[in-house]
Design a protein around this ligand. Structure first.
Ligand SMILES: O=C(O)CCC(=O)C(=O)O
Ligand SMILES: [Fe+2]
Length: 339
């Protein structure tokens, strides 16, 4: 299957090929432009001043409970690193198809996988996106091209894992648990981190195609950055809320394993990526979870007579395998393990 980028470049496309045409319903266009996702100040969350920290944890609790998505500011990852990562990612997709195909992984757990759409074996409609997925923790992997990409990725992944670790401490506290609860229960120090770089080439008829359909992420937390183009939208109270890019801010969202662990107290949130006809949009996400063989079920500390387990426990890797065997469709994967 050719990449979307090569398709766009091979001929001057003025329409969307039929296999990419996505039939949208009326509900797909109900927007809530006025709402914006909450903002969390990372510097407050790690502040040595107890009041500042506890206020930030309360804000985090509200953001997780009411939205499952938030903007993270003052996270300490430098703008220089951010820019280097964006431009190196762009350079990766600018390599020849032959060079990129070297990384065309076939299996879900291949360390590096370059591809298009989501899962070509099950996708009924193709998605207007090419991707590079890399397992970056507990073992770090990186493509050897373009030069310097590996070093940039390694530094970024390490920094973003630290940010994620602090967020998980704050989330543990926000649930009334020990700050290290999630770290210890889910062995976060040796946990898995999957980096996904999405490349959405400009599309001649953006209303006819979709970059990524509505879905939730599988891990505990996803940290996302994007170039300066709109596209990400999240579902909130039955409406689509666009998440406009802000310079040097992470967009954080809760994944299915946060919903499982918290027994539904915090929920993963359906989101999608639309495409545009102006320029290539890039988003870079890291999905952070436990080690692949760790079995995750609802935390016993959050269960009671009134709150019986709502999800079946499953190894994280099994869950990933299962999600990859399905079409990407809302919360369909999580729904399979609901009790
Ligand atoms: O491109 C985006 O903004 C969203 C990407 C995304 O949802 C994903 O990679 O899971
Ligand atoms: Fe996602």
């Amino acid at each position: 299957m050719p990449s979307v980028k090569s398709l766009v470049e091979s001929k001057s496309l003025c329409t969307v090929p039929s296999e990419y045409v996505c039939h949208k319903t009326r509900d797909d266009s109900i927007f809530s432009e006025a709402q914006t996702i909450p903002t969390i100040d990372f510097a407050h969350l790690v502040s040595p001043i107890p009041d500042q920290r506890s206020q930030a944890i309360q804000q985090l609790a509200r953001a997780c409970r009411d939205w499952g998505f938030f903007v993270l500011i003052n996270h300490g990852v430098s703008e220089t690193l951010w820019d280097k990562l964006m431009s190196a990612s762009h350079h990766f997709f600018d390599l020849t198809e032959e060079e990129k195909t070297e990384y065309a992984g076939r299996q879900l757990f291949d360390p590096i996988r370059y591809g298009t759409s989501f899962n070509l074996n099950v996708d009924k409609t193709l998605f207007w996106r090419d991707y590079l997925k890399i397992h970056v923790h507990p073992q770090f992997h990186a493509p050897t091209k373009p030069p310097g990409f590996g070093e940039i990725l390694e530094e970024f992944c390490k920094k973003s894992r630290q940010v994620c670790g602090e967020l998980l401490k704050g989330i543990s506290k926000s649930l009334g648990l020990e700050e290290t609860y999630i770290h210890e229960r889910l062995q976060i120090e040796s946990g898995s981190q999957l980096l996904v770089i999405n490349f959405y080439p400009p599309c001649p008829k953006p209303e006819s195609a979709i970059g990524l359909p509505p879905h939730t992420d599988h891990g505990l937390l996803t940290l996302l950055l994007q170039n300066q183009l709109d596209g990400l939208q999240i579902q909130h109270k039955g409406k689509w809320v666009p998440v406009h890019p802000l310079p040097n801010c992470f967009i954080i969202n809760l994944g299915d394993h946060m919903e499982i662990l918290t027994n539904g107290k915090y929920k993963s949130v359906v989101h999608r990526a639309e495409v545009n006809n102006k320029a290539a949009r890039i988003s870079i996400g890291t999905a952070n979870g436990p080690p692949l063989d760790t079995v995750v079920g609802p935390a016993p500390e959050l269960l009671s007579d009134a709150h019986s387990p709502a999800y079946r426990a499953l190894a994280y890797g099994e869950y990933l395998r299962f999600q990859q065997s399905l079409q990407l469709d809302g919360k369909s994967c999580l729904n399979h393990i609901r009790l």
